[in-house]
Design a protein around this ligand. Structure first.
Ligand code: NOJ
Length: 545
């Protein structure tokens, strides 16, 4: 990592992700909103985070939680007004918090004016060329142009009715049919996104999280994929029927992801953001294989950060953790980009549910918080919130709907936050919450956790404060890995910081060969006698030499 004099705020920032509709509702309609975020900024500041990233709040028919954007330069009334978004930026800045917004360039909503114009226009028109419209195959054109599948189940193509009332062309949608993919070979698309970036940069945002950043360039649309069903299973990590080699070969060559063309687009975006002062940044959401290819997104002249998703999937195993950390650091080193770490987001099972253990989740979090680079925390993660149990009639995820319930989708991680144990909807809303909260959520309420010194929340507050003090900006990214017993993660960072994590079910002793003090433990029960450190089962310790 660069030295202090060159350091940028995002290089080691802790960035808190707000999923607006589930964060806090200020007007009693049961849906979280921007005012709710503004009112809760002091809470975020008290956590010790550096920035807040908001998932989309733009004008949307809300078929995919706002990732179906009808107008990227306006705010949906469900979330508030443009004025609210502007007030949010200035209120956050007033508390010394940076602000990151989402940008969704792979697709628009089918309610976007461009798509409506495309539907009204003829095949081959300039209006259609902003999306991927093609004639179907077969005698009547009733076979989609290729056999690609949507990531949300079913075909990636939908056929339209033309102005004459007859079945006509097909359009591509890698996600829901309400999310037509944009054609980035059309220069108008790039120009429109430059306008959107400038629109928010002019209003003071400090950065953008780029949705499906690896998806904008498509290749070989006329060629069928050799195994489209297996490809979707491989992408969803549900590929137990595939051999490792087959899975790798499917993921390494996806005709709609990680094509070289995406990099030209980001060089253009970089020029736009560089017009602005104040260290503005881009972070790319790119699920790609092999992860070494992520470094291409953060080469000089492209993006600033890319998500490393290893910790969203990792087992609680010392060897897996050490492998992921050393790989990520070495892969990004050449590009000179800091890594990013995340345990949770709005698309994945929450870490407590995934590991089926609060204790392990606390311990894994304390590993992530001690790493170089920047850390993303998803709302509720700091409370140790598990996924919500949701009855089918309440589920809204298009992945659930398009699979007729076979795929439960992501709503479990999107259940609204509990703020106050004794209030209606645990303080989230005075109305009817858009997704029901589990009764158990009461125990995770922010007010209760604030009052309990052993809570998940207070562990996060302590670790974030210590992270700033011991591992702050300007710290280098060198990790030393002394020998350690099996099942123990053991690394040192400069300044005498030591991490020990016992991933086994038994307590263990490690001789670190010098004296040190415990500055943080993810669970009670650790001790040091001379240079012997006793670590309880499933526990992470931070030590200072
Ligand atoms: C990734 C987003 O995080 C997810 O929520 C969304 O459904 C897809 N991209 C499509 O925009």
């Amino acid at each position: 990592m660069p030295n202090l004099s060159q350091a940028k705020w995002w290089q080691d920032a802790v960035i808190y992700q707000v999923y607006p509709r589930s964060f806090r509702d200020s007007n009693g309609d049961g849906i979280g909103d921007i005012q709710g975020v503004i009112q809760s900024l002091p809470y975020l500041a008290s956590l010790g985070v550096d920035a807040v990233w908001l998932s989309p709040f733009y004008k949307t028919p809300n078929k995919d939680g706002g990732y179906d954007v009808e107008d990227p330069r306006d705010v949906d009334p469900m979330f508030g007004t443009l004025g609210d978004a502007e007030r949010l930026i200035s209120a956050a800045h007033g508390l010394d918090l940076k602000v990151v917004f989402d940008v969704v360039p792979n697709h628009f909503s089918s309610e976007h004016k461009w798509f409506k114009e495309a539907l009204r226009s003829a095949p081959g028109s300039k209006e259609r060329s902003r999306f991927h419209f093609y004639d179907g195959k077969g005698v009547d054109g009733n076979v989609p142009p290729n056999n690609w599948n949507s990531l949300f189940n079913g075909p990636a193509w939908t056929r339209v009715i033309e102005q004459n009332g007859e079945l006509g062309q097909w359009y591509l949608h890698l996600f829901d049919s309400s999310q037509p993919d944009l054609n980035w070979e059309n220069p108008e698309v790039l120009e429109d996104f430059k306008t959107t970036l400038r629109f928010w940069l002019d209003r003071g945002v400090d950065g953008f999280r780029i949705d499906v950043a690896h998806g904008l360039a498509k290749e070989d649309i006329h060629i069928d994929h050799r195994n489209p069903d297996a490809l979707i299973r491989a992408l969803r990590v549900e590929s137990s029927d595939l051999t490792k080699e087959e899975r790798i070969s499917l993921l390494t060559d996806i005709p709609f992801f990680d094509r070289d063309g995406v990099h030209e687009i980001y060089s253009e975006w970089r020029k736009v953001i560089d017009e602005y002062s104040g260290d503005r940044m881009f972070v790319a959401e790119a699920y790609i294989y092999p992860t070494s290819r992520l470094a291409r997104y953060v080469r000089p002249g492209e993006l600033h950060q890319v998500f490393n998703f290893d910790f969203l999937l990792i087992e609680w195993s010392a060897s897996a953790i050490q492998e992921a950390i050393t790989r990520v650091l070495s892969e990004l080193e050449e590009a000179g980009a800091p890594p990013t770490w995340a345990l949770d987001n709005h698309d994945s099972p929450r870490v407590v549910s995934r590991l089926k253990s609060e204790k392990k989740a606390r311990a894994l979090a304390m590993v992530a918080h001690a790493l170089p680079g920047s850390l993303y925390i998803y709302q509720g993660e700091e409370l140790g919130l598990p996924d919500g149990e949701i009855a089918p009639e309440f589920r809204q995820d298009p992945a659930f709907i398009r699979s007729a319930g076979k795929d439960l989708g992501r709503d479990g991680a999107r259940v609204p936050l509990p703020w106050e144990a004794d209030e209606k909807n645990f303080g989230f809303s005075t109305g009817t919450s858009w997704l029901p909260q589990d009764p158990s959520y009461k125990n995770y309420s922010i007010d209760l956790e604030e009052a309990d010194h052993a809570s998940f929340l207070n562990l996060y507050k302590t670790s974030l404060a210590l992270r700033k003090k011991h591992l702050g900006l300007g710290g280098d990214s060198v990790l030393e890995w002394p020998d350690s017993p099996e099942g123990v993660v053991y690394f040192k960072r400069s300044g005498g910081f030591i991490l020990l994590a016992n991933t086994t079910a038994e307590s263990l002793e490690v001789n670190i060969r010098f004296a040190a003090t415990i500055i943080l433990q993810s669970a009670e029960g650790a001790s040091i006698t001379g240079s012997i450190v006793r670590i309880p089962a499933d526990t992470t310790l931070w030590l200072q030499q």
